[in-house]
Design a protein. Structure first.
Length: 367
């Protein structure tokens, strides 16, 4: 008996439990399973959760409570990223069959029939992330509702014929571990804010190095496990792909030749040197985060151009087409650069409001 039979098949119990739940679900509950499986437990509701937490923090009068809500918002965002990465890697590394592949014809499958990448259940992972993020902010009755929500999403994935019970349990475990790791990271960052300027510079460089490392590890994994041009659907709106971009953003100047490869690499390195100097001069918190994210992303794509000859792209969100053109795939370095730009824009707007407030308090002198 191998490790898969012990940890996943449970000596046949995993399949038996699936059949028990699947066959015991009456037709009248199928619409409920569809709602939890395709709507309430779907990843695409993540922006709504984030927006709801942010609005809640803004409408809360108590400063301590508002700060606690924003911390849970950050923990959810970081935990979501960690969990998605872990779940995606496990899905493609393990490649466990789904119920449709094991049992053949199923009476009802809510959604597209899939046969691969069963463990873990992404929907169960997401539901546990939402519940875990809201848990510290709620009372007993609301926590009971959160438990019911997590259980119903897990049940819906089994009743829908999409996952085994082991997939659901694995998703819950990944979400719990990801939120715990995200909470530890936030605690470390909160302590880091109080460090001296010299140590703060080290934090910015460390953040940039973490972005660079994560980006290169992800690209190496994609290059190792995916053939060029391969595409695997993870969710209805998210695919993992293996593509290369010889040009700039949106594949501009993709056919320009070797001069573009080294020219873009030199430009990225020049921008990186400028950002390093900016960080040494002392910046605000959000400016430091923004510059660090852009620095790590720029270096990540520069390394690609120098070592691989082109930038590796593997994230394909929003299967969106317009006049025959497809929204381009991107990578973690691109995500970091975009988030960095948002941080800098937020810092600029915040500083502008402060300047307006200060100027409004200073009376004009009359001649």
């Amino acid at each position: 008996m191998n490790w898969k039979a012990i940890l996943y098949d449970w000596g046949g119990l995993n399949s038996a439990l699936f059949q028990l739940v699947y066959e015991a679900t009456p037709p009248i509950l199928i619409p409920l399973a569809w709602i939890f499986s395709n709507f309430l437990g779907n990843y695409w509701t993540a922006p709504l959760v984030m927006l709801g937490l942010w609005a809640w923090s803004r409408s809360t009068a108590a400063a301590d409570h508002a700060l606690a809500i924003r911390r849970q918002l950050l923990q959810f965002v970081i935990g979501f990223g960690i969990a998605i990465a872990i779940a995606s890697i496990l899905k493609f590394w393990l490649d466990f069959p789904r119920p449709a592949a094991v049992f053949g014809h199923l009476n009802h499958v809510l959604g597209t029939v899939e046969e691969h990448y069963s463990l873990p259940s992404g929907h169960s992972t997401y539901a546990a992330l939402v519940a875990g993020a809201l848990w510290p902010l709620t009372g007993v009755r609301h926590r009971l509702a959160l438990v019911a929500y997590v259980v119903l999403v897990g049940w819906s994935r089994i009743a829908a014929g999409m996952h085994f019970p082991a997939d659901v349990l694995a998703g819950w475990g990944i979400a719990s571990g990801s939120l715990a790791l995200a909470g530890s990271l936030l605690t470390m960052l909160a302590s880091a804010w109080r460090l001296t300027r010299l140590r703060a510079i080290g934090i910015w460089y460390g953040l940039a190095a973490a972005v660079l490392f994560g980006d290169q590890v992800a690209k190496a994994a994609v290059s190792l496990f995916f053939g060029y041009g391969d595409q695997v659907a993870v969710t209805p709106f998210f695919n993992l792909v293996h593509l290369k971009n010889n040009g700039a953003a949106f594949s501009l100047l993709a056919g320009a030749g070797s001069w573009a490869r080294f020219g873009f690499a030199a430009l990225a390195l020049g921008v990186s040197i400028w950002l390093i100097r900016l960080l040494r001069q002392g910046v605000s918190k959000w400016e430091g985060v923004g510059y660090s994210l852009i620095l790590g992303g720029a270096l990540g794509n520069a390394v690609d151009r120098l070592l691989r000859g082109a930038v590796v792209d593997f994230l394909d969100f929003l299967d969106f087409h317009w006049h025959g053109a497809h929204w381009p795939a991107f990578n973690l370095a691109d995500v970091a650069i975009s988030l960095g730009a948002i941080c800098l824009l937020s810092a600029t707007m915040h500083q502008g409001k402060r300047d307006v407030a200060v100027s409004g308090q200073i009376p004009m002198k009359t001649p």
